[in-house]
Ligand binder design. Structure first.
Ligand code: SF4
Length: 213
């Protein structure tokens, strides 16, 4: 399943929908990720082919564009790069796809949901690539300190991942209009307050998401 949307607690291929009006369309590009988060659906859901966000093969840029060509872009309220993996693994492909979408509809809002480790994955600053293509980057902040973040994400880049993720958020501000960091409400008020202070220092928006089993 390449293009999907959220439906209750699950996912649905957008081709199953009767109307696409105001739908947030999610693009499932990869199952690769440098993290192994304790809460990740990749850990908690069965890794079977029946789970349709598991890709047998990553779609090419051309295949993703062909999927979009089946629909009227004006119907969509947003396109979000987010799947069972870290989309920034394929940042160059994202930028290419986003460029084509913006050619057909300049004002289509495009977001990437990311763990914020793109610069570590690629070993260079990838944020300039996002300029003019991506409207929102939403980064999982997860925790108010490096140790707790590492315990949760088990990033293969180690404990330095936390600072790299914060640096990434700051750099994104130069190229992306909306930079958001997110936490889930179950971390509790005290930690949310500390996360808010971090976001205030960085000058980005904090979004507190309700925890879903
Ligand atoms: S960063 Fe996202 S995709 Fe990667 S392990 Fe964590 S929750 Fe899963």
């Amino acid at each position: 399943m390449i293009l999907y949307t959220l439906c209750g607690n699950g996912y649905i291929d957008i081709k199953e929908l009767k109307s696409l009006k105001d739908v947030h369309v999610y693009v499932n590009l990869t199952n690769r990720c440098p993290c192994s988060c304790t809460f990740c659906l990749r850990q908690t859901k069965e890794m079977t082919e029946s789970n349709t966000l598991w890709l047998k093969k990553e779609p090419t840029v051309e295949e993703v564009i062909q999927e979009f060509q089946k629909y009227d872009l004006d119907d969509f309220s947003e396109v979000v790069f987010c799947g069972f993996g870290e989309p920034m693994e394929r940042v160059e492909d994202i930028v290419q796809i986003a460029g084509v979408l913006k050619l057909y509809r300049q004002d289509i809002p495009i977001r990437i949901n990311t763990n914020g480790l793109g610069n570590l994955i690629h070993n260079e600053d990838i944020t300039p690539l996002l300029r003019g293509r991506i409207d929102t980057v939403s980064i999982s902040l997860n925790a108010p300190d490096a140790q707790e973040y590492y315990d949760l994400t088990r990033s293969r880049f180690g404990i330095e991942s936390y600072q790299a993720m914060l640096d990434f958020a700051l750099k994104c501000k130069d190229y992306v209009p909306h930079v958001v960091m997110s936490v889930v409400d179950i971390i509790g008020e005290e930690k949310i307050k500390r996360c808010q202070e971090i976001c205030d220092r960085l000058g980005v928006t904090l979004r507190v998401r309700p925890f879903e089993e």
